[in-house]
Design a protein around this ligand. Structure first.
Ligand code: IDP
Ligand code: MG
Length: 139
């Protein structure tokens, strides 16, 4: 069993697709083992996306991520990291496969509804960025 961090970004929350997104995870063998809604400030968004600090889109991305509440979750399942990314679809919705979350709901490459960890190392960092051990459940 593997764990991964998922975020329903502020655009997904504003669009009212929290339930729709979580349904897709649950219907595809991913279990929600931690969840909360929070509103990141600019510094918190910058810390989360530190790996992208040298990219041209960093300032705009961290403005967007701190523009409203987000739902952060830990998903657990077999190959949870890859499975989550498959359900999400490609970063740019124009390249995302039919039936993926980003294909159906994203409005552009930045406002793409969801985040998912991309490796075991980033999953560990990202989960611990938002959750402590007492907030993640084994059931
Ligand atoms: P990922 O979310 O699919 O892992 P990353 O390359 O890690 O994609 O980028 C992190 C986030 O930064 C993306 O989800 C998207 O919101 C934003 N982003 C990525 N590339 C661009 C871009 O070229 N322009 C604007 N925003 C981007
Ligand atoms: Mg990424």
């Amino acid at each position: 069993m593997e764990k991964t961090l998922s975020i329903i970004k502020p655009d997904g929350v504003k669009k009212g697709v929290i339930g729709e997104v979580i349904n897709r995870f649950e219907n595809n063998g991913l279990r929600v083992v931690a969840v909360k809604m929070l509103w990141m400030d600019k510094k918190e968004a910058e810390g989360f996306y530190d790996v992208h600090k040298d990219k041209g889109f960093y300032d705009s991305l961290t403005d967007f991520m701190s523009s409203g509440p987000a739902v952060v979750m830990v998903l657990e399942g077999e190959n949870a990291i890859a499975k989550n990314r498959q359900i999400m679809g490609a970063t740019n919705p124009a390249n995302a496969e039919e039936g993926t979350i980003r294909k159906e709901f994203a409005s552009g490459i930045e406002r793409n509804i969801v985040h998912g960890s991309d490796s075991p190392e980033t999953a560990t960092f990202e989960i611990s960025y938002f959750f402590n051990a007492l907030e993640i459940f084994d059931y």
